[in-house]
Design a protein around this ligand. Sequence first.
Ligand SMILES: [Zn+2]
Length: 217
Amino acid sequence: MILLFVGPKGSGKDTQTQLLESSGFANISTGSLFRQEMQDNTELGMKSKQYYDAGKLVPDELVLEILKKHISKAEADDIVLNGVVRTLEQIKPTEEMLASIEKKIDKVIYFNLSDEEAVKRLANRWTCPVCNTVYHTLFDPPKVAGVCDKDGAALLQRADDKPDAVKMRLSEDRTKTGPVVDHYREIGILHEIDGSKSIEEVASELHELIKVFKEQQ
Ligand SMILES: [Zn+2]
């Protein structure tokens, strides 16, 4: 069974992917596959690195080649595709690539996140300018407010982590993934999960969903 995870940064889909990986799913996350390919200096990795180093987006064809390689050699029958389809334009080529190795997306899980929760999760991050340790004022605060535990430096908030930037990014994400979500809803394989819930709640909801999916197969 192949699950496709869709959702914004902070929605918990990366955490849930890792949890499913520890229960036997193959984890196909675009970002980490790239890092792996580049680390291993493979031909695909070196090609990708040229784009990275030039600050350009890696072209979709190259992304698909890397995905195809890793999905083909995945040992598990159950696979999570995380961050693989982000725009409407990527749906068709991704499905064609899967069809070429006799696979298909069985279900799509959309991790929805409210603005309020996104800001709570992402806009409370403060970074040490000296050692780059990241703190979260609610979930992982430093011992003394505003000061790094390790070296006493004053913590800074990165431009990306400021509330307005977080809201802007979430709204951009919604604009891009909205049509993807609509597409899969129309063809009847979309399941929406409230990403504002706790890790444990979402994990058990997913567990139940997967059980139902397997019974349907
Ligand atoms: Zn520090």
